[in-house]
Design a protein around this ligand. Sequence first.
Ligand code: URA
Length: 262
Amino acid sequence: MDKATRLQYLEAMGIDVWATRHRLSAVQPEDPLENLGRAEQDEVHRDQPSNRRPSNLAETVDAEFQPHSPSHASHANEQTWKELQHEVALCRACSLCETRTQTVFGVGNKQASWMLIGEAPGQNEDLQGEPFVGKAGQLLTEMLRAIGLQREEVYIANMLKCRPPNNRDPQAEEVAACNSFLQQQIELIQPKIILAVGRIAAQNLLATQQPLAKLRGVRHQLHNIPLIVIHHPAYLLRSLLEKAKAWSDLQFALSVYQKLEK
Ligand code: URA
């Protein structure tokens, strides 16, 4: 009996067939630019000397992106993460706990060199419990890919862990109530570089009222960690013309990171 027929018989009898998993080594690496819009790809190529693709960071990051071997220290660290996440899930420090579906803690590589900090969960994030998963999140993922970073290798969090109703701006007391969670996340990860995603995150993290235009393109510091301000992808979705600026924000962040590595 051939294999396909045998599997059909087994399935009809309700018998699960277990198969060995294969490594995904045959999968070709994807082109980081293929999912960007045409105009955005054009920007990429215009900005690159001699139309080079931005591949150098991918290599640097891949080399760093090794799972750590289990040790007492990493178990203790895991425990600290679990406790922090639990504390966030139970938090009732501000009124946002009344309207949230769930808290949105943060996601990604806990040993990441790059940490991204956004403003607050939106509707999709509130429903799925993960930051930046809506349309803006997908664009953010593509923006990262364009500089050679996979979403899984960075750590992504928001200032607020709960969604403000109707996506209104966070209030100062909400930011204050949530701040220690974010600070603990930064301390645990100890990223080499932080990207503040959008004006609201940038202004709150840097404790300034300066407009985005003044904050972009400057190397700021947060707890001695370089912090770069980038456009919020939700804004970019509304304004295609701003995508060129977003690309230059990322190029700037990349150049700051590469200098750190030297
Ligand atoms: N905007 C943010 O700032 N964070 C999210 O998680 C989603 C949208």
